[in-house]
Design a binder for this molecule. Structure first.
Ligand code: RBF
Length: 369
């Protein structure tokens, strides 16, 4: 379908829908009437000095998937909720766009077409491209896209995490665990990864970072890498995990959204180990989850939204944040980590963490955008 026809249909549909709010699930309720909003100017050109007294600022959160079970989406919503709770006139509305990625572009155009939002917030590396047609059709629509990189688009601000570092942190722990005499460790020097799908951040940052971490412990360590093919099928993820464990894998890094549950359950059943990604979440499976490589997406989203509200967010820029900046880290101050992992493993982990946090060990991203 050509773009003009698509837009025509979208406008017609929206005109027929007296309440476009029905498109949206979850999120904080609107505080202003939709009619009032239409009269409100979309753009906030002037920087606003006193943040607490800002004009209405409505944020549409486009979740490319579903929130529950996907740590970065949960954090994105939490960061926006924090900003909304601190500023009287800031509202948020959450659209869960679901798992059919072929529908995202059109849903994004529909969201921008409401002209309700001063800012559309979204997260993952594909989203600058998914948002492009919406940006073209609505040149005053602004986007904050986290966990993504796209420099130079005047309507977009993007923020990327150094996930070479993030994955190295758990790859290194995986290497220590597989070599250890912890009860679940097998004689084979094999560590595993199960990921939702393949995409540039995965193949250029996360996979190589994880391998590099493992091999830094012992060059003989190999990585069993499996792609699930979606972000929700916990049963299939559990089956993958079992076949990996049958082959001698004792510790698996899981990054497959809602399907993580299947990996965790399978490892728990066999007394083996899981490395959790994006969030600190030992409590999900104490003793099974032995390490968490976290991203501080909640803080990043909160900070950038505040800049957007104040009119100081530099659209067109693309920032990259890392461990030394405090947006990437390993959660080593949790009792459940201390209980789960043997003392010698923790001591070696602590040495490595010191180096990476201080910046004396630097892991560069090879440019992939
Ligand atoms: N991560 C999730 O946890 N849940 C998802 O539904 C999800 N969907 C994604 C879809 C695409 C097209 C891409 C590129 C990434 C997706 N991710 C998802 C991965 C997420 O952006 C991030 O890379 C991982 O959470 C690892 O940090």
């Amino acid at each position: 379908m050509n773009k003009a026809l698509k837009l025509f249909i979208i406008f017609t549909v929206l005109a027929c829908l007296a309440a476009p709010i029905t498109l949206f699930a979850g999120g904080k309720q609107e505080q202003a009437e939709p009619m009032e909003k239409e009269e409100a100017p979309m753009e906030k050109e002037e920087p606003i000095e006193e943040a607490k007294t800002v004009e209405p600022f409505d944020i549409g959160i486009f979740v490319p998937g579903v929130v529950a079970g996907s740590p970065l989406y949960e954090q994105m919503v939490a960061g926006a909720e924090k900003a909304a709770s601190e500023y009287d006139q800031v509202t948020i509305k959450v659209l869960e766009a679901g798992f059919n990625q072929g529908e995202w572009e059109e849903k994004m155009v529909s969201m921008a077409a409401t002209e309700e939002y001063e800012l559309i917030l979204t997260s993952n590396g594909a989203m600058p491209y998914v948002a492009m047609p919406a940006a073209e059709a609505f040149p005053s629509q602004k986007f904050l896209i986290v966990d993504a990189i796209y420099p130079g688009h005047p309507q977009m601000f993007t923020l990327l995490y150094n996930q070479v570092e993030q994955a190295y942190l758990v790859g290194y722990l995986g290497g220590l665990v597989t070599k250890s005499n912890m009860t679940g460790a097998t004689p084979e020097l094999k560590i595993g990864m199960i990921v939702g799908q393949e995409y540039p951040a995965m193949t250029e940052m996360i996979k190589p970072g994880f391998e590099k971490g493992g091999k830094a412990v012992d060059a003989g360590i190999t990585v069993d890498y499996r792609v699930l093919g979606n972000w929700y099928d916990a049963n299939k993820a559990g089956e993958l995990a079992k076949s990996m464990m049958d082959g001698g894998v004792d510790v698996i890094m899981t990054a497959c959204g809602g399907a993580n549950q299947g990996v965790i359950a399978a490892a728990a059943e066999r007394g083996r180990y899981v490395l959790y990604f994006d969030d600190e979440n030992y409590k999900l499976a104490p003793g099974t989850i032995v390490g968490c490589a976290e991203l501080n997406q909640e803080r990043a989203v909160y900070e950038k939204i505040v800049e957007a509200i104040k009119g100081t967010l530099p659209y067109g820029e693309a920032v990259i944040v890392n461990t030394a900046d405090g947006y990437v880290d390993f959660a080593d101050d949790n009792d459940l980590y201390i209980e789960a992992v043997s003392e010698d493993v923790r001591a070696q982990m602590a040495d490595m963490l010191k180096k990476i946090r201080s910046g004396s060990l630097k892991l560069e991203i090879t440019k992939f955008w």
